[in-house]
Design a protein around this ligand. Structure first.
Ligand code: NAI
Ligand code: MG
Length: 397
């Protein structure tokens, strides 16, 4: 096997903790790689005024594959106050480095799989038709468009004259907002392009094809948001007809889908959505399979740079515990997605199997799996530490 170089991006807080444990698991599974560390996060904002230094971008350009822990973001004023004195008052503005990475490398495809592990005490349970509790087995892969839509950043409060004038050319704007003073109007745009929409749909269909899912569901709101959601659904219809006749195409509205989440989550396979709805629906499904300790993600794009990360943040309140209590599984699962991406899928299978065995056995559980409040004493009360969880997984490998 060719030895890989992976850019390890620990970031802040528990990011480093879960990343270190994950690298131990990767190594134990036989994955041979050199890890180079990329600077990213709060420390570099405070010291350098840049949470995403140029040297980190260069590292990713060179090596292409990033394993990312988590970063801390803070509100504008707090961010400015924490800059070193030499950098204060220079008009620096904090911008999330993970959003920066997505934009820089045009990582427009975000994949968030949510799969039930048998025996996870956090699995969603509902009452079945016979009145008894039942545990539906969730196995969905959510494809979220990662760069456009409501997160595209094109927005104004009290919009400039030319924007306002352009809006006033739309009859619906005149009718609904024409009498509102301009200063009282805030606008956030939802822009979809054909190219990005085609790419996210293609990624979803390809995944369904590759892994044998019977249906792709477009989860938007085309009956109301006709132009953007409507375009996505129309393009999906054409794509299915032309290239994926054997895969069913379903169409759900985001609001109804959130309701069905608890009624029939086992019915869904691949789900594809724009940026905002993809974010919502993926958190919804993650809740059914154990929440933040289990939710993993991949971000990929045309540049070939791909970054794999748990969806949780830096959980600063747990960062300085002498013995770390957080669940490393979300990060370990994200690393498995990396292995799939670089065509080391067999190794990913091996690690996932080890994780499944540990969960099914139920002897080693982190505090979240035991439904405890996160405090240092959870270890005395029987919760596994982050390291113990990683050790248990390693022992199964
Ligand atoms: P968070 O995801 O860091 O933590 C929320 C809560 O979830 C924690 O207090 C903890 O109870 C639980 N949790 C998180 N990860 C866990 C794990 N691995 N195992 C067990 N429990 C876990 O979100 P929060 O507190 O809203 O944000 C903290 C910081 O993280 C903020 O600065 C925020 O901006 C940043 N953030 C960064 C993200 C990223 O790097 N992609 C994503 C989300 C938040
Ligand atoms: Mg989210």
């Amino acid at each position: 096997m060719k030895k890989r170089t992976i850019v390890a991006l620990p970031g802040d807080g528990i990011g480093r903790i879960v990343l270190d444990e994950t690298i131990r698991v990767l190594t134990a599974a036989g994955f041979e790689a050199d890890y180079v560390e990329g600077d990213i996060g709060w420390e570099f904002w405070c010291k350098e005024g840049r949470p995403l230094p140029e040297r980190t971008i260069e590292l990713l350009e060179e090596h292409k594959i990033g394993l990312f822990g988590a970063i801390t973001s803070k509100p504008k004023d707090e961010a400015n106050n924490e800059l070193i004195p030499e950098l204060q008052g220079k008009g620096l503005v904090y911008k999330s480095p993970i959003v920066g990475l997505r934009q820089h490398f045009k990582m427009d495809i975000c994949l968030r799989p949510c799969k039930t592990y048998k025996g996870n005490p956090l699995n969603f349970i509902r009452r079945g038709s016979n009145g008894h509790p039942e545990e539906p087995e969730v196995d969905v892969a959510i494809f979220r468009q990662n760069t456009e839509g409501l997160y595209g950043g094109v927005e104004w409060s009290n919009p400039p004259e030319e924007v306002y004038d352009a809006l006033m050319t739309h009859p619906q704007f005149v009718k609904n907002f024409g009498s509102v003073p301009k200063e009282e109007i805030s606008v956030s745009t939802r822009i979809f392009t054909k190219k990005a929409t085609e790419r996210i749909l293609r990624a979803a269909f390809e995944y369904a094809h590759k892994y044998g899912y019977k249906a792709v569901t477009v989860c938007e709101k085309p009956n109301v948001i006709r132009e953007t959601s409507g375009m996505m659904y129309k393009m999906a219809l054409q794509m299915k007809k032309a290239d994926y006749p054997d895969i069913e195409l379903w169409n759900t509205n985001i609001d109804a889908q959130m309701m069905w989440l608890t009624k029939n989550p086992e019915n869904y396979g691949v789900i594809v959505a724009g940026n905002m709805f993809g974010d919502i629906i993926s958190d919804g499904f993650a809740g059914l399979i154990g929440g933040l300790g289990f939710a993993c993600s991949a971000q990929m794009g045309e540049s070939g740079v791909a970054v794999f990360e748990p969806t949780h943040g830096s959980a600063p309140k747990y960062a300085d515990y002498k013995v770390s209590i957080v669940n490393p599984i979300a990060m370990i699962e994200s690393a498995c997605m990396m292995l799939d991406y670089i065509e080391e899928g067999e190794m990913a299978v091996k690690i996932r199997k080890a994780v499944a065995e540990v969960i099914a056995e139920g002897k080693v559980r982190t505090y979240d799996m035991l439904k405890m409040a996160g405090r240092p004493d959870v270890i005395e009360k029987g919760a596994a530490s982050t390291t113990q969880m990683a050790d248990a997984i390693i022992s199964k490998l």
